[in-house]
Design a protein around this ligand. Sequence first.
Ligand SMILES: [Zn+2]
Ligand SMILES: [Zn+2]
Length: 206
Amino acid sequence: MTAARPDHNSPWVLDIRPLGRRPGSLKAMTIDLPVDDPIGNEVLAVPAGHEVELDIRLESVTEGVLVSGTAYAEATGECARCLTPVSEPVESNLRELFAYPGSATDETTETDELPRVVDDLIDLLPLVRDELTLALPLVPLCSPDCAGLCPECGERFAELEPGHSHEILDPRWAALAEKFGSTSSADAASSPESAGNSQQETPKEK
Ligand SMILES: [Zn+2]
Ligand SMILES: [Zn+2]
């Protein structure tokens, strides 16, 4: 299988020649790499312009170059309940073999299963992108007990008075209730009187 040649100009592409091909040869490095396209999903992502810190070890093995270590970044997004901007540290362990062309691994796996060493270059971006995306929380929250938004007024419960509710009626309903209330009390006051009159008058007529 032939894999696409990594972009030599990308900072995510490493030249593995200094490592050498002697199995057991090691190279450790801590590097900050720039994010050009956001890493993550719609609710939470490491935004473009941020950096990913990689603390990694390259190890030459018979089949290729084993990359292991950690990726660390700061993801930003919105609280899933109250939409407050949130910032979440995200960390992921990395462990991936980049297979040498012509190795047994190269012969027996597809390039979408395992990445390849191409022209002595390895591209760390697909690996780091996949792993960081998997490490992101599915439901980002501003705090674990975020109460969300009031369904009536859309304000954050965290910023409202304790016991906040909407018992005050809509002005139109309030006006109607007032009218209804005064009418029924007037009836209550007048009906015994009129009932009494009719009762008194009825016997006289008979
Ligand atoms: Zn929240
Ligand atoms: Zn409210």
